[in-house]
Ligand binder design. Structure first.
Ligand SMILES: *[C@@H]1O[C@H](CO)[C@@H](O)[C@H](O)[C@H]1NC(C)=O
Ligand SMILES: *[C@@H]1O[C@H](CO)[C@@H](O)[C@H](O)[C@H]1NC(C)=O
Ligand SMILES: *[C@@H]1O[C@H](CO)[C@@H](O)[C@H](O)[C@H]1NC(C)=O
Ligand SMILES: *[C@@H]1O[C@H](CO)[C@@H](O)[C@H](O)[C@H]1NC(C)=O
Ligand SMILES: *[C@@H]1O[C@H](CO)[C@@H](O)[C@H](O)[C@H]1NC(C)=O
Ligand SMILES: *[C@@H]1O[C@H](CO)[C@@H](O)[C@H](O)[C@H]1NC(C)=O
Ligand SMILES: *[C@@H]1O[C@H](CO)[C@@H](O)[C@H](O)[C@H]1NC(C)=O
Ligand SMILES: *[C@@H]1O[C@H](CO)[C@@H](O)[C@H](O)[C@H]1NC(C)=O
Ligand SMILES: *[C@@H]1O[C@H](CO)[C@@H](O)[C@H](O)[C@H]1NC(C)=O
Ligand SMILES: CC(=O)N[C@H]1CO[C@H](CO)[C@@H](O)[C@@H]1O
Length: 419
């Protein structure tokens, strides 16, 4: 009875050896690639903490087994080419993965399982790999340098694990890399110097780590970039003006870092941009009027910086904008009347600046506004009449200004101080 935990694996081993011998004796000299691959995968499965995983009941060894019809396995010419075990409730490590027994493997999708332990250096033996997705597990320790041997890799998703240390220099050898996701780990240190080699990147997700040092200036040469998420790190230095070359860029998230200097006016050349989020940095200088060229922008978050000067009237060109947040800066002057053209605007946050003058009547045209947060400025005169008509507005905050007559006080839960 007591021997059950030991007896089970040894039964598997005996069974495996028996099957392998059967294969060898029955088909001498013609052991097919797929039978070897089947044995290797079966052996790996038997190392799982849940080898009886109900999704993997097709993974059984029989005489002359081929794994090609097994759950999640696809073959080309009888050899395993693709392994898709995403979201399959596997509880295991990668230590016993048959890295040296699957020579034709090109696609590995093992996202969202309970893989723990390190990524073994033998990962580098999967030399034909094009696609590797190990996101959403519990992998820890450093990304092995051997990742650099995977020279054909186009997609690498290691996000959502507990990987630490810095991004290995060897990543620069992955010149075909198109989609790199290292987000939501514990990675630190600067981007390696070789990062500039990854010229074919379209998607770069490194958010929510502790990466430090500058944004690699070479990023401005990555002509195919479509989405850049570098937010929630410890990046410092300036935003490179060369980012303005990235005419395919649709998302640029750099928020919650330690970036300083001004917003380069070249950002206004990113005419494909849908979302620009630079909040919670240490950016200074004024908001470049060129941002008014970003006509596809729906989200512009520049709050919690030290931006000065006035709000450029050109922002009124951003007809698709639904979320404009400029709070907690040092902005002065009046709110441009052109903002009244932003007919899709739902969120207007100008809280805690040094804005003055009347709030333009034209803002009363913004009938989709849900929140208009104007508090802690030096606005004078009256509120726009339109704002008193209710609409969908749920939150109008104007306290700590110098607004005189507030006729529609009762519509909202205001806390108005008129000093
Ligand atoms: C793996 O399978 C899932 C679910 O069917 C699918 O969404 C995903 O695209 C597949 N991955 C690859 C690399 O084919
Ligand atoms: C990574 O984390 C492990 C513990 O999980 C620790 O032993 C190791 O020193 C860490 N490595 C780095 C480079 O921080
Ligand atoms: C670069 O990526 C694109 C897809 O974005 C792909 O079509 C092209 O073949 C890649 N080029 C190289 C040299 O990897
Ligand atoms: C990019 O922006 C800068 C500054 O706004 C401008 O001088 C330059 O002509 C623009 N370049 C291109 C290629 O549009
Ligand atoms: C703006 O968005 C529209 C609709 O998604 C798209 O057709 C158009 O190409 C975009 N413009 C630019 C300059 O990317
Ligand atoms: C922000 O910038 C100011 C002025 O350049 C500097 O004095 C300050 O130390 C910076 N703060 C942080 C947190 O980087
Ligand atoms: C934007 O607003 C200004 C001032 O309210 C107005 O003169 C201008 O015609 C508007 N532009 C567009 C494109 O609606
Ligand atoms: C916008 O508001 C102004 C002043 O309240 C008004 O004169 C104008 O007709 C409005 N424009 C539109 C397009 O509703
Ligand atoms: C209105 O917005 C202010 C500022 O963001 C916030 O503190 C307050 O909780 C909001 N009130 C409601 C009712 O949403
Ligand atoms: C066959 C093969 O390529 N084996 C290699 C697998 O990976 C380990 C660790 O990198 C190497 O030592 C082997 O040579």
């Amino acid at each position: 009875m007591i021997s059950v935990p030991i007896g089970k694996p040894s039964f598997f081993t005996v069974h495996l050896v028996f099957v392998l011998l059967t294969i060898l004796f029955c088909f001498p000299g013609s052991v097919s690639a797929s039978a070897e691959e089947a044995a290797a995968l079966f052996k790996w499965k038997s190392s799982f903490l849940n080898p009886d995983n109900p999704l993997l009941t097709s993974w059984i060894l029989q005489q002359n087994s081929s794994p090609c019809s097994w759950y999640g396995v696809s073959c080309i010419k009888g050899s395993v080419n693709r392994l898709n075990l995403s979201d399959s409730n596997i509880i295991s490590t990668l230590y016993d993965f048959p890295f040296s027994s699957l020579p034709n493997l090109e696609y590995v999708d093992m996202a969202v399982n309970e893989f723990s332990g390190s990524i073994p250096p033998q990962i580098g033996n999967l030399s034909k790999l094009i696609y590797l997705d190990l996101q959403g597990g519990a992998l820890s320790n450093e990304i092995p340098r051997e990742i650099g041997f995977l020279k054909n890799l186009q997609t690498l998703h290691l996000n959502g694990n507990y990987l630490n240390g810095s991004i290995p220099e060897e990543i620069g050898q992955l010149r075909f890399l198109n989609d790199l996701a290292l987000a939501a780990n514990n990675l630190d240190g600067p981007f390696p110097a070789s990062f500039g080699n990854l010229k074919n990147l379209s998607y770069l997700y490194v958010y929510d780590n502790q990466l430090s040092g500058p944004i690699p200036p070479e990023l401005g040469n990555f002509d195919n970039l479509v989405e850049v998420y570098m937010d929630r790190n410890q990046l410092s230095g300036h935003i490179p003006s060369t980012l303005g070359n990235l005419i395919k860029l649709e998302v640029l998230y750099l928020f919650s870092n330690y970036l300083s200097g001004s917003i380069p006016s070249e950002i206004g050349n990113l005419t494909s941009l849908n979302a620009l989020s630079l909040f919670k940095n240490n950016l200074t200088g004024s908001i470049p009027p060129s941002l008014g060229n970003l006509r596809n922008l729906t989200l512009l978050h520049l709050y919690a910086n030290q931006l000065s000067g006035s709000i450029p009237k050109e922002l009124g060109n951003l007809m698709l904008l639904d979320d404009l947040e400029l709070s907690n800066n040092l902005l002065i002057g009046s709110v441009p009347v052109t903002l009244g053209n932003l007919s899709n605007l739902k969120y207007l946050y100008l809280l805690h600046n040094q804005l003055s003058g009347p709030i333009p009547q034209e803002l009363g045209n913004l009938t989709k506004l849900v929140a208009m947060i104007m508090a802690e400025n030096q606005f004078s005169d009256q509120l726009p009449e339109g704002q008193c008509q209710g609409g969908v507005l749920q939150n109008l905050t104007v306290n700590e200004n110098m607004l005189a007559d507030v006729g529609c006080r009762l519509l909202f839960d205001w806390n108005i101080k008129t000093d």
